[in-house]
Design a protein around this ligand. Structure first.
Ligand SMILES: *[C@@H]1O[C@H](CO)[C@@H](O)[C@H](O)[C@H]1NC(C)=O
Length: 245
């Protein structure tokens, strides 16, 4: 009994003092001529963990992805905000193109997102597509055939032991939405007919409508993914993630 307890204790102590690579990290050699293929595979290793989240590493679940607040800048004649937006389907992405320059720590990823469903609370006041609109309430939407272009800049930071750690200093995501459909409930304080007319107008002119919101969505997604990416890579040394040989 006692030797077993000691062995268990030792195992716990060793694990706590060195940050071992968890199973969701698939290592790629720095000089691998096919490092892009290797990293594509790493993304596949990671996907099921992204779906569930890794609570002990503070990595949130992507299903759903929570965007706390989107606020459109005033000045365009319209004020739009959305709170508690949950997006479902973000983990269903496929990697279309991957370009990596490990010397410059630049990562470029293009993805396809076949289907996103969102719900949340909105508030809107001002003119959209020349229509005066106001209201607040729940909203839902479907977006299909979306694509995302991600540009990440990495950098190295030394820990107390002098070991380099990779972190991302910049994360930019541009999205394009193939087809979209939104439903804003309770427009004009619940005036049904007017609400239906405006929802129809929004959906008939979805591209124009979403153009005003897109920069917000891109900023919120970029901030979320910057944080998630850093939580994934920061505990480990650069050497652990991308060994020399
Ligand atoms: C989104 O798609 C689902 C499933 O196809 C459908 O039930 C729902 O009504 C759609 N919602 C909107 C706002 O288009």
């Amino acid at each position: 009994m006692i030797p077993l307890t000691i062995a268990l204790l030792l195992a716990v102590v060793t694990r706590a003092s060195a940050v071992n690579l968890p199973e969701y990290i698939h290592v790629c050699k720095r000089r691998d001529p096919n490092v892009e293929n290797c990293i594509s595979q790493s993304v596949e290793y990671l996907r099921p963990y992204l779906v569930k989240g890794v609570p002990e590493r503070n990595i949130p679940s992507l299903e759903p992805l929570l965007l706390k607040e989107l606020v459109a800048a005033e000045g365009t004649g319209i004020r739009i905000s959305a709170r508690n937006v949950h997006a479902y389907g973000a983990s269903d992405f496929t990697v279309k193109r991957l370009k990596i320059d490990l010397d410059k720590l630049r990562f470029e990823v293009d993805i396809n997102l076949p289907h996103l469903y969102i719900d949340g609370m909105y508030e809107i006041a001002g003119r959209v597509l020349l229509l005066p609109i106001s209201g607040t309430g729940p909203m839902q939407g479907n977006f299909t055939q979306c694509t995302g272009a991600v540009r990440m800049q990495g950098a190295l930071r030394k820990d107390k032991a002098g070991e380099d750690h990779l972190y991302y200093s910049d994360f930019r995501m541009k999205i394009s939405i193939g087809k979209g459909n939104l439903r804003l409930e309770n427009l004009f304080g619940g005036e049904r007919t007017l609400g239906d007319v405006v929802n129809a107008a929004i959906n008939n002119n979805f591209d124009a409508f979403i153009r005003e919101l897109k920069p917000l969505i891109e900023k919120a997604l970029s901030e979320s993914f910057l944080e998630i990416s850093n939580r994934i890579v920061e505990p480990f040394t650069y050497k652990q993630l991308f060994p020399d040989n």
